[in-house]
Design a protein. Structure first.
Length: 174
């Protein structure tokens, strides 16, 4: 009986490991599509306050682009961390840009409750396609991309950003 229990437990552990590996492989960000980095720098988005945000304005800086939505709990949870990162790192040339995959009215209401000092672009559903072109094959949120000062994508993360991610990215791009 004990041998059977050990065998069943081993098979279950192997199946769980295989399932976890398959899930990680399917959800892991991929390399950006051909031409996606160059195309990114030509994009423009409406700002919640009525202005316009141009990607080109951030060229030459380390840029963290975060795709988020007001309806996405992990997205909302990571915004204060991104705010802190921006305030601490902007003097070293870092820029944060949040692209909202959301309705403009929802974003405006959210920002009234939780103002952010970094730029917010209203990307709408087109932001999902942009995220896909930058390596987010699933279209899930939150999704974060880091571009270095030369404009190349150097990091991608699907899921909530952690302080250790931000520290590693800042250390890698001095």
């Amino acid at each position: 009986m004990q041998r059977r229990t050990v065998t069943i437990a081993a098979v279950a552990a192997a199946a769980a490991a295989a399932g976890g590996a398959l899930s990680w492989w399917r959800l892991a960000p991929t390399d950006p599509a051909a031409g996606a980095e160059q195309a990114f720098w030509a994009l423009r988005w409406d700002a919640p306050d009525g202005g316009e945000i141009q990607a080109q304005a951030f060229r030459g800086r380390a840029l963290l682009v975060n795709f988020w939505g007001t309806w996405c709990p992990p997205c909302v949870e990571e915004l204060p961390l991104l705010e802190r990162f921006y305030r601490e790192r902007q003097a070293q040339g870092w820029q944060v840009l949040a692209l909202a995959i959301d309705q403009p009215s929802a974003v405006r209401q959210f920002l009234q409750r939780q103002p952010l000092s970094f730029p917010i672009g209203l990307a709408g559903l087109g932001g999902t396609e942009l995220a896909r072109s930058l390596g987010n094959t699933t279209g899930a949120l939150p999704f974060t991309v880091v571009l270095d000062r030369s404009g190349r994508v150097v990091q991608r993360k699907l899921g909530q950003v952690k302080p250790s991610d931000l520290q590693a990215w800042a250390d890698a791009i001095q």
